[in-house]
Write a protein that binds this ligand. Structure first.
Ligand SMILES: Cc1ncc(C[n+]2csc(CCOP(=O)(O)OP(=O)(O)O)c2C)c(N)n1
Ligand SMILES: [Mg+2]
Length: 299
């Protein structure tokens, strides 16, 4: 499917209360333009649940479940198994969760679902912090980033930890499909969501999602940032289908300093910390590169 072939209005309908420039809303809109009506959706506590499903309104024009913070993957598992018992095999069971809901509190049932190859499509919009509850650092918050729990006081650099690499953790489960997307590469985005829609088994897609409040940026620069994120190597575009990894775009590895300094959460950053991030980016790319090369081991 090409962008021009998609429905103008999908089944995530207008009128939510997302902040101006929120990329999670944009991701939800585009996902639903691709998945269509044979979808059951589920969202755990997060910004997405707050702005897209405030009783008595619901922006999802599909059957929708709101569950607890920790159990997106088990909720999807239950729905998917119930549909199987009913003999319904043409419905996509999709969850859309934040990075905290996915990589921290929801990681254990995500892991179990991946291992058991449950027939679910799990999408994480990764805005790199617990944004909904006031910008606390999550396991996906970048190194040296400001957050309300990693403040820049008394000589602290911000977040001292490196983000967990959830796609790599799921690849280690031999998950059926693992991919990352950026809305700046919309054709890549469409083809991965469409592929996942038409596959069976455990599918995981992670989208980089700009948060204007958490990243401390003007509302209009999100689309530019998610493009630069790929160019700098900060966000790797990859897909791993049944164990075969493909890297979809080789970064230029340039413009990292400019990319970081456009974001207020990094405004304090020093050159030596940028150097640490640059090294981490290169190292991570090399790991992915070697995993891609490992595709050939069993040929
Ligand atoms: C068990 C439990 N702990 C804490 C919360 C409070 N809570 C609701 S949303 C949220 C943050 C969600 O972060 P993330 O999953 O990254 O989504 P985002 O808000 O960034 O969109 C927290 C801590 C909760 N609802 N349930
Ligand atoms: Mg988050």
């Amino acid at each position: 499917m090409r962008l021009k072939d998609l429905e103008d209005r999908g089944l995530y309908v207008s009128g939510d209360s997302a902040c101006a420039g929120c990329m999670a809303a944009n991701i939800a809109i585009n996902i639903m333009r691709i998945l269509g009506k044979n979808t059951i959706g589920s969202v755990p506590p997060s910004c997405m649940s707050v702005f897209g499903s405030i009783f008595p309104k619901l922006n999802w024009d599909i059957p929708y479940f709101h569950m607890q913070f920790s159990n997106t993957a088990s909720t999807l598992t239950g729905i998917s198994r119930a549909l199987k018992v009913q003999g319904k095999d043409d419905i996509v069971v999709m969850g859309l969760a934040g990075d905290g809901g996915t990589g921290d509190i929801g990681l254990q049932d995500l892991s179990a679902a991946a291992q058991r190859d449950e027939n679910i499509l799990y999408i994480c919009y990764n805005n790199q912090a617990y944004e909904n509850t006031g910008i606390q650092a999550s396991g996906q918050t970048p190194y040296a980033s400001w957050s309300n729990t990693t403040p820049i006081i008394n000589g602290h650099i911000g977040n001292p930890n490196f983000p967990k690499d959830i796609p790599r953790i799921l690849m280690a489960h031999d998950a059926t499909y693992v991919a990352t997307v950026s809305t700046a590469y919309i054709q890549d985005f469409i083809s991965k969501i469409e592929k996942a829609k038409n596959m069976k088994g455990f599918r995981y897609i992670e989208a980089l999602s700009v948060c204007t409040s958490g990243w401390k940026i003007p509302s209009q620069i999100g689309p530019k940032l998610v493009k630069e994120a790929v160019k700098t190597g900060y966000w790797i575009l990859m897909e791993c289908e049944k164990g075969k990894l493909t890297l979809n775009k080789t970064p230029e590895f340039t413009g990292l300093k400019e990319f970081l300094l456009k974001q207020g959460r990094f405004i304090h950053i020093k050159d030596e910390e940028i150097e640490v991030i640059a090294k981490h980016i290169k190292r991570r790319w090399n790991i992915y590169k070697s995993l891609e090369q490992a595709n050939h081991f069993d040929e």
